[in-house]
Design a protein around this ligand. Structure first.
Ligand SMILES: NC(=O)c1ccc[n+]([C@@H]2O[C@H](COP(=O)([O-])OP(=O)(O)OC[C@H]3O[C@@H](n4cnc5c(N)ncnc54)[C@H](O)[C@@H]3O)[C@@H](O)[C@H]2O)c1
Length: 219
């Protein structure tokens, strides 16, 4: 894609990988709509980045808010042709913790944000991208999701998180196939450990076992 013509919605752009992605895109000439929760640093970051960024507040699990945020991105920049899904949460808890079954509440919430929230942003962004004039090679847009190594190699206490990320991996190919005729690509990356606020917020045991599971280099 021509980065000078790229307008990206970055979910979770108010922290960690999403913030880094937003800054990297802008440094290469793109414009970015930072989509994040109101309590995030998204507005502050967008203000710092100036005319090339706008903050669009939304919870990715909320259909109407996410649709309105994407509409605002289109109204601000005239188009969107990239979506980077970074919004996510990490929860930790063993299936049986001290003999008691894991609460379903955090399990459901993890699936809702990481999996359903990702799909919500994908379907709404794709509905905008399909209106774009195709590039000379037929491309109308690109969607990049963030799964995790936990999709393939989940550690103790990661049943919910791994299930949510496995879902993101599993839906990537059918979505790419669904959208292939429209010229919208869809792919997913699966990072290992990045020292973001999310990782640093995990309790010690899962964080240490994640680090210990790395081979070389251990970072
Ligand atoms: N940090 C790591 O080691 C690591 C490794 C693999 C994958 N990931 C994945 O990368 C993505 C980014 O993680 P991070 O480490 O940068 O975390 P982070 O906590 O620094 O950032 C996540 C952002 O998502 C936002 N968010 C959370 N719930 C939301 C919702 N419902 N609607 C909109 N925004 C919401 C948060 O406000 C925050 O700004 C996540 O999907 C995470 O699972 C992270």
């Amino acid at each position: 894609m021509d980065m000078q013509k790229t307008v990206a919605v970055v979910t979770g752009g108010g922290s960690g990988l999403g913030e880094g992605t937003s800054r990297a895109l802008i440094a290469r000439g793109a414009r970015v709509a930072i989509l994040d929760l109101g309590r995030s640093r998204g507005a502050e970051i967008a203000q710092e980045l100036g005319d090339t960024a706008v903050f669009v507040e939304a919870d990715v699990t909320d259909e109407d808010h996410t649709a309105a945020a994407i509409d605002t991105a289109v109204a601000t920049f005239g188009v969107i042709n990239a979506l980077v899904n970074c919004a996510g949460i990490a929860t930790a808890g063993r299936t049986l913790g001290k003999g008691a079954p894991l609460d379903l509440g955090p399990f459901k919430r993890t699936i809702e944000v990481n999996l359903i929230g990702t799909f919500n942003a994908i379907r709404l962004a794709a509905a905008q991208m399909v209106k774009n004039e195709p590039s000379p090679d037929g491309e109308r847009g690109v969607i990049i999701n963030t799964a995790s190594v936990a999709a393939f190699d989940g550690q103790i206490g990661q049943a919910a998180y791994s299930a949510s990320k496995g879902g993101v991996v599993g839906m990537t190919l059918p979505i790419a196939r669904d959208l292939s005729r429209t010229g919208i690509r869809c792919c997913t990356n699966a990072p290992r450990i990045c020292e973001t606020p999310m990782l640093m917020g995990l309790p010690d045991p899962p964080r240490q076992s994640l680090a210990a599971s790395l081979h070389s280099p251990q970072r």
